[in-house]
Design a protein around this ligand. Structure first.
Ligand code: ATP
Ligand code: MG
Length: 270
């Protein structure tokens, strides 16, 4: 089971767009996907049409983590909370009380670092049908990010040539190194996806070169430009694989290409 954590501390860089549409791309290729919404903003849950007002805190990721803290979470705790969306992607929804999750984790033994890792290990051993798990993270560092990185096989980072993004990428790489060096998840991989990518000014080009110099080997080949379907599909609460507006075919192809690249790296079998 491949676990992709989509993360970066910078807000609005495309984490949720990537998490939702990558999940849909995997699903379009016949894989069973679980999307775990770790952000109290619940953007990924909403994008896929879930009305989180109808989901109790207990039935959300928050309930799963609370069970985990009490040492009572296993594969069944995930399966009982999963919502099968119309698109066929399984979603573990967020709840707005998850704003308190960092404090809850901080008070737990080892800051809850191993909770998701243990739950996913149980999920992988069980008869659960998931080939791929995608984690959508909030724009923050702290125990939620650490817990997600501890559980992930690969961290996916949406990047743009912007000063704040480049700084956030440096900070994220520090978190990744800590997770690796403390032997929490020594095999954690990282890839960067250029999303909303449009380097135009000289400053953009300098920052673009900095990203290439510092992280060249981590940058995936697929580049996702600014494309209206990625914004419009969110408003209609559909992934781009369901949305049928203009220019969507090209964007779908880019996400399929992204899945192909990940399959080359991770041996996923689309
Ligand atoms: N390549 C793109 N082209 C056009 N719009 C995009 C693209 N990528 C993302 N968007 C849009 O930009 C906005 C911000 O993206 P998104 O919500 O995915 O960012 P985020 O990193 O998840 O933000 P946050 O940190 O707040 O969770 C959304 O409206 C999204 O639909
Ligand atoms: Mg988001």
């Amino acid at each position: 089971m491949h676990v992709y954590a989509v993360a970066l501390e910078k807000g609005g860089c495309g984490k949720t767009a990537l998490a939702v549409n990558l999940s849909a791309a995997f699903h379009s290729l016949g894989l069973e996907v679980l999307l775990v919404d770790l952000d109290s903003q619940a953007s990924a849950s909403h994008w896929l049409g879930i009305d989180t007002e109808q989901v109790s805190a207990t039935d959300s990721v928050l309930g799963l983590i609370s069970d985990g803290i009490k040492d009572r979470a296993d594969a069944q705790s995930v399966l009982s909370r999963v919502i099968p969306t119309e698109e066929g992607i399984h979603v573990l929804p967020a709840h707005d009380l998850m704003a308190g999750l960092p404090a809850q984790l901080a008070a737990a033994p080892m800051s809850g670092l191993f909770l998701l890792q243990q739950i996913f290990a149980d999920l992988d051993r069980s008869a659960a049908p998931f080939d791929v798990v995608v984690l959508d993270l909030p724009p923050a560092r702290g125990p939620v990010l650490a817990m997600a990185l501890a559980a992930a096989t690969r961290c996916l980072v949406p990047v743009q040539p912007e000063d704040l993004v480049v700084r956030a990428v440096h900070a994220l790489m520090t978190s990744v190194q800590q997770i690796r060096s403390r032997q929490v998840n020594a095999d954690l991989q990282v890839s960067m996806v250029r999303n909303r990518y449009a380097p135009r000014s000289n400053a953009d080009k300098i920052l673009d070169q900095m990203l290439r110099d510092d992280y060249g080997s981590l940058l995936l080949q697929t580049i996702i430009p600014i494309r209206a379907p990625l914004r419009d599909s969110a408003l209609l609460q559909q992934s781009i694989f369901r949305y049928s507006g203009p220019d969507v075919t090209d964007v779908r192809s880019l996400f399929v290409q992204l899945v192909d690249e990940l399959a080359m790296l991770d041996g996923a079998q689309p």
